[in-house]
Design a protein around this ligand. Structure first.
Ligand code: CTP
Ligand code: CA
Length: 228
C-alpha cells in the first residue's frame, strides 16, 4: 500500500467514501435505520487505497473491521455523518454509498419510552435528514471534482436512477436492484448499472470487491485524463 501511495495510478488523489446505514435514535434503546451491511462502500474505500488514493471512510454503524491504510471516521446519525463529510473536504473524489436514513424522529426521548396501560402505540413525528450527496454536489466552494452517488432501487431501476442522477447533481451514479429476491442486500455480490453523462453501462453480476475494483479503475481513468 505504501508503494501504491507513492506510485499507484491514484497517488495524490484524495477520496472520501461514505458507507453503512445511519441510526436515528428514538430513545436510548430504539432507532430508525436502513438496511446496509457497508460491504460495498468498504470495498470501494479499499480499492481506491489499493491504487494509491488517500482515503477517508465515513462509516455508519456496521460490523466490518477497519480496513488497513484508510482514515476511518465512525458515526451514528445522518447529522453526524454530514458533519464528518464536510470536515473531510476538500477532496478530489467523493463516493456516497451510505444508506442514509431519509428521516429521523423529531425528538429523542431521554428515557426509554414505556408502554401505556391502554396499549396504544406512540405516534412518531419524523423530520427530514440532510441530503449529504446533494450537499456535496452543490457545494459552493469545495465541490469534489468527481462525485459518485449510489441508488438502491426496488423497481424500474434504470429510469429511477437516471432521474436520481440529475436530481442530485452527481457526475456518476451506480444503481442496483435491492429487491429481496436479488440477494444483493447484505450479500457478497452486486449487479449494477453505471450511469454517466455518456450513458448507461450494465455490468454483469460480480463480487462487491470486483465492482469496487472496476469502479476504482474508472476513477483512475478519470484522474489520469484530468486537465493539468
Ligand atoms: N444520500 C445522502 N444523504 C441522504 C440520502 C441519500 O448522501 N440523506 C445519498 C446516498 O448515499 C446515495 C444517494 O444519495 O449515494 C441516493 O440515495 P437514495 O436513498 O437511493 O436516494 P434518495 O434521494 O434518498 O431517494 P429515495 O430514497 O426516495 O429513493
Ligand atoms: Ca433515501
Amino acid at each position: 500500500l505504501r508503494a501504491a501511495r507513492e506510485n499507484g495510478p491514484l497517488s495524490g488523489l484524495r477520496a472520501l467514501v461514505t458507507a453503512g446505514p445511519t441510526h436515528e435514535p428514538l430513545d436510548p434503546v430504539r432507532y430508525l435505520a436502513n438496511r446496509s451491511s457497508g460491504r460495498q462502500g468498504y470495498a470501494i474505500a479499499q480499492a481506491l487505497a489499493a491504487l494509491g488514493a488517500d482515503v477517508t471512510l465515513v462509516s455508519g454503524p456496521v460490523t466490518l473491521a477497519a480496513p488497513a491504510a484508510i482514515r476511518l471516521v465512525r458515526c451514528e446519525t445522518a447529522q453526524e455523518m454530514q458533519a464528518h463529510v464536510m470536515q473531510a473536504l476538500p477532496c478530489d473524489v467523493a463516493v456516497c454509498t451510505a444508506a442514509v436514513a431519509d428521516w429521523r424522529p423529531e425528538t429523542e426521548a431521554s428515557q426509554k419510552i414505556k408502554k401505556t396501560a391502554d396499549m396504544r402505540a406512540p405516534a412518531l413525528t419524523l423530520v427530514p435528514n440532510p441530503d449529504i450527496l446533494a450537499q456535496l454536489c452543490g457545494h459552493a466552494t469545495a465541490r469534489p471534482g468527481l462525485v459518485i452517488g449510489f441508488a438502491a432501487e426496488t423497481e424500474t431501476v434504470e429510469a429511477h436512477a437516471q432521474a436520481k442522477r440529475l436530481r442530485k447533481g452527481c457526475d456518476w451514479l451506480v444503481a442496483n436492484d435491492v429487491s429481496p429476491q436479488t440477494g444483493i442486500m447484505g450479500g457478497e455480490e452486486n449487479e449494477v448499472l453505471l450511469i454517466t453523462p455518456d450513458g448507461t453501462e450494465t455490468w454483469p453480476r460480480m463480487s462487491k470487491q470486483e465492482v469496487a475494483a472496476q469502479l476504482a479503475e474508472r476513477v483512475a481513468r478519470w484522474w489520469s485524463a484530468r486537465p493539468a
